[in-house]
Design a protein around this ligand. Structure first.
Ligand code: ATP
Length: 457
């Protein structure tokens, strides 16, 4: 159901005598605009902090509801919230979602026509913008022209918050490092009293420190939720022990019924071949990768979002910013390059908090191929020797965590959480599966049966 922006204003007006950051008023906004009964986890703390003018660093798991931490502040006061986001697709999806709810959101990007951009800028210049949320890339934010527009809006008291989504991109230790994100440090210089909210789902302690320092956050409220996704079950299957990994995956998908799934592959050809195999096996399936043209890609996406297709076999280009809540299985058909990447991708399962599964197919060939790719990337790199060496060490150690996740015999959930610096207090055995020991990188020994599901206390 669409709701008019007027309803939003009237909701705010009924709160005239109460501070807008009071819980009751904020819960009303949440219920009215988004239909959610209560705030989750650290959402309310983050919202109250930024509404009171305080910087905030917010770490929440994948699917945890980070967007709400800046969407509610945008509705609580007149003026705008600026959201810095790494991908146009991500911004576009959020803006579509907001508009469906009757909330005035827009994004600025190179893909838009001059006409659309002019309309947005006219609204911003009007002194009484109707816009509530404006999404931009870090590249645009860093331009002097856009910064002077921001200063103008700010001088009229209309810039309420700057939210930096996927903030790990700021850090050279973060898995999606984007150099232009570094330039966001100028936000603090130009807009000293506008609160900054940094949000991420994947930040190891080193990344957290780097993000907070780079953005010059002042006395930030640091909110950290557990990375644990209790509704996700983690499984690894060993390709070298299977007769046919394609057939194995096909039977997993069939056994789960008409379930919604994403299958990640390293290469486009594997996406095409595997998708054709699964389709021939009666699974409603399509391939998605950068080798397809825009039209084909968006038709696959539409079919999957609207449940006309249940399974997408894709490269990692697929997924960021896509909010399909009922993904029941995320399968990695090839080992990912790092734990961060694995966590983000597998985290696309079970965003509705219902039981869902992460299944990784691990094989020696895949491991060797990834090691080769990582070493090749390093030698191509044109940076200085010390930077190259540091980055090389990092990607090798990132990948070794992933190898340990696949080969090691301990609890997988524990391995994920510990890789993000989280302490796991308890681990109980409950699920039986085969344990495989690797006595050398290339010799595999099936040693015993063991159980390993852990409980976070
Ligand atoms: N308080 C809430 N109650 C119920 N559902 C919520 C609440 N807050 C957010 N959600 C829902 O949770 C889902 C995930 O939210 P969101 O996209 O903001 O997650 P995220 O933390 O940005 O995840 P990711 O890092 O994976 O992109 C959305 O469908 C959203 O509507």
């Amino acid at each position: 159901m669409k709701k008019s922006p007027l309803a939003m204003q009237s909701t705010s007006q009924t709160q005239k005598n109460k501070p807008l950051h009071e819980k009751e008023a904020l819960v009303k906004l949440l219920r009215w605009h988004f239909g959610h009964a209560q705030f989750r986890d650290k959402q309310l703390d983050a919202i109250q902090a930024v509404l009171s003018g305080r910087d905030c660093f917010c770490l929440m798991p994948t699917g945890g509801g980070k967007s709400m931490c800046y969407q509610i502040p945008a509705l609580a006061k007149p003026g705008i919230v600026l959201v810095v986001s790494p991908l146009i697709a991500l911004m576009e999806n959020q803006v579509i979602g907001l508009k469906e709810k009757g909330i005035a959101g827009e994004f600025l990007s190179s893909t838009q026509t001059m006409q659309v951009k002019t309309k947005i800028y006219e609204d911003l210049d009007s002194g009484k913008p109707s816009l509530r949320l404006l999404y931009v890339t870090p590249e645009l934010t860093a331009t002097p022209g856009f910064m002077s527009k921001l200063k103008k809006i700010h001088s009229r008291g209309l810039l309420n918050l700057v939210a930096i989504d996927e903030a790990h991109c700021i850090s050279s230790w973060g898995h999606d490092f984007r150099p232009s994100y570094r330039k966001l440090s100028s936000l603090r210089n130009y807009l000293p009293d506008v609160p900054i909210l940094a949000l991420t789902a994947t930040a190891a302690p080193k990344v957290q420190k780097d993000v907070m320092e780079s953005l010059c956050l002042q006395n930030p409220l640091v909110l950290k939720s557990s990375f644990n996704r209790p509704n996700l079950f983690y499984e690894v299957r060993y390709k070298d022990l299977l007769d046919d990994a394609y057939a194995d995956l096909c039977s997993v998908l069939k056994a789960n019924g008409d379930t919604c799934a994403i299958v990640y592959c390293l290469e486009r050809t594997t996406c095409d071949e595997l998708s054709a195999y699964l389709s021939a096996g009666g699974i409603s399936c399509a391939a998605y990768h950068a080798g397809l043209n825009d039209k084909a890609r968006s038709s696959v996406l539409d079919d999957w979002i609207s449940s006309r297709k249940q399974v997408v076999v894709a490269t990692v280009a697929f997924g960021m910013g896509i909010d399909r809540k009922d993904v029941r299985l995320v399968c990695h058909f090839n080992i990912p390059k790092s734990m961060e990447a694995f966590y983000q991708e597998s985290g696309r399962a079970g965003r509705d908090q219902l039981p869902s599964k992460s299944l990784l197919y691990y094989g020696m060939d895949d491991r060797r191929r990834m090691e080769f790719i990582l070493s090749k990337n390093q030698s191509k790199n044109s940076q200085s020797f010390s930077t190259r060496e540091r980055s090389s060490k990092k990607s090798i150690s990132d990948f070794s965590q992933m190898v340990d996740y696949c080969e090691g015999s301990g609890c997988r959930r524990k391995k994920i959480l510990e890789s993000f610096g989280e302490q796991v207090l308890g681990c109980v055995a409950s699920v039986t599966h085969r344990v495989v020991s690797f006595i050398s990188p290339f010799i595999l020994l099936i040693s015993s049966s063991k159980t390993d599901t852990c409980i976070i206390m």
